[in-house]
Design a protein around this ligand. Structure first.
Ligand code: KG4
Ligand code: ZN
Length: 334
């Protein structure tokens, strides 16, 4: 197959990975800015892109050193082209184009969500037809894949993405950013005591989390007004149970309706222990990526790019970054 060098810089992580033949991960260096953005309670785009500029060369050098590979042995340069923060994406894109031109190698522009989906292929095989449950900071979608690299979005969120919901609830409860992993941990120390509304219980494949988010915020506010202390772990548990039930029940319904072989979970929220436990005993196999490939990293971009390399899905050197790209348009076949 090929040796792919991939760059991911769509949000607050700068990452470079080198993947040989789709499976042999030679390096995957991730420089996270969480500690910087924590003090603002969320990602500040201008700071994220400036920090990317500062560290991109160091991360690249480290990835090459760890892989112990001659840069000329790389067959293609892959990069996240979107969706994401435009300023952040630009830094990775410029680096990738420079390398592609200097090394005279093809450029591969990868859709960030295709990357999350193919995080499931770094250590395992994907069996088609399958259903991808995409749960990240910016996306909540059900994607039907009848064959390799073929995407049909059959449902998505009407408002907040699930990761965004976790982070917004976390912010209102004065938890450190990002709220997702913190609430997940708290949920495991609490009980499901508070009654919260079931989101969009309409038999469709779509999601809605803004009502659940508001209900959690309002309940906490009510306790504050009464001068009472709400049990934070119980609130986290009640919230997580309802959120995870919505994700898993809709994914399972779609998987049955479409007769898929398996459900693959993708995106940062695939690290969620509640979701993993809930879906563990489903009557359809449910595959989660290894924890280290759940949140943003370049190994997943390299994994998707390895498939694109096979189909010669190369990009022109005037490829631009975009805050949103249509996943279905990335499909191979019809
Ligand atoms: O996929 P990702 O790294 O970035 C995007 O592409 O958006 O996802 C980040 C999101 C954040 O919202 C973060 O709070 C959430 O993933 N997250 C979690 C957990 N770990 C990360 N949410 C719930 N439980 C977790 N354990
Ligand atoms: Zn992501």
């Amino acid at each position: 197959m090929a040796v792919i060098l991939a760059i991911e810089s769509s949000c607050d992580e700068m990452s470079v990975a080198i993947l040989k033949d789709g499976k042999d991960l030679l390096s995957n260096v991730v420089a996270s800015q969480i500690d910087i953005h924590k003090q603002y309670g969320g990602v500040v785009p201008e700071i994220a892109s400036r920090k990317h500029v500062e560290c991109v060369s160091t991360v690249l050098k480290e990835a090459l050193n760890k892989a112990n590979i001659d840069i000329h042995d790389i067959d293609a340069i892959a990069v996240t082209k979107g969706p994401g923060l435009v300023g952040s994406l630009h830094v990775g894109m410029q680096e990738a184009k420079t390398l592609a031109i200097a090394l005279k190698k093809p450029l591969i522009g990868v859709h960030h969500i295709a990357g999350h989906i193919y995080a499931n292929q770094i250590e395992n095989e994907i069996h088609y037809p399958c259903l991808a449950l995409v749960v990240s900071g910016g996306h909540t979608e059900l994607v039907y894949m009848k064959s390799e690299f073929n995407f049909k979005v059959i449902g998505s969120t009407f408002d907040d993405a699930i990761g965004e919901t976790y982070d917004k609830v976390g912010r209102v409860l004065h938890l450190p950013y990002p709220g997702g992993p913190v609430l997940d941990k708290m949920a495991h120390e609490g009980k499901h005591t508070y009654k919260l509304p079931v989101p969009l219980d309409d038999g469709s494949y779509n999601f809605s989390f803004s009502g659940l988010k508001s209900a959690v915020i309002n309940l906490n506010h009510k306790y504050e007004q009464r001068g009472e202390q709400i049990n934070m772990n119980d609130l986290a548990c009640s919230f997580q149970d309802v959120a995870v039930e919505s994700l898993s029940s809709k994914a399972l319904k779609a998987a049955h309706d479409l007769h898929v072989k398996e459900i693959i979970v993708a995106g940062g929220v695939s690290a969620n222990k509640g979701l993993r436990e809930k879906m563990a005993n489903s009557d359809i196999p449910v595959i989660f990526p290894p924890m280290k490939y759940c949140t943003d990293n370049a190994a997943m971009i390299a994994s998707a790019a390895s498939v694109m390399y096979k189909y010669k899905k190369f990009a022109p050197l005037n490829l631009s970054v975009k805050p949103s790209y249509d996943l279905e348009q990335e499909s191979v076949g019809n």
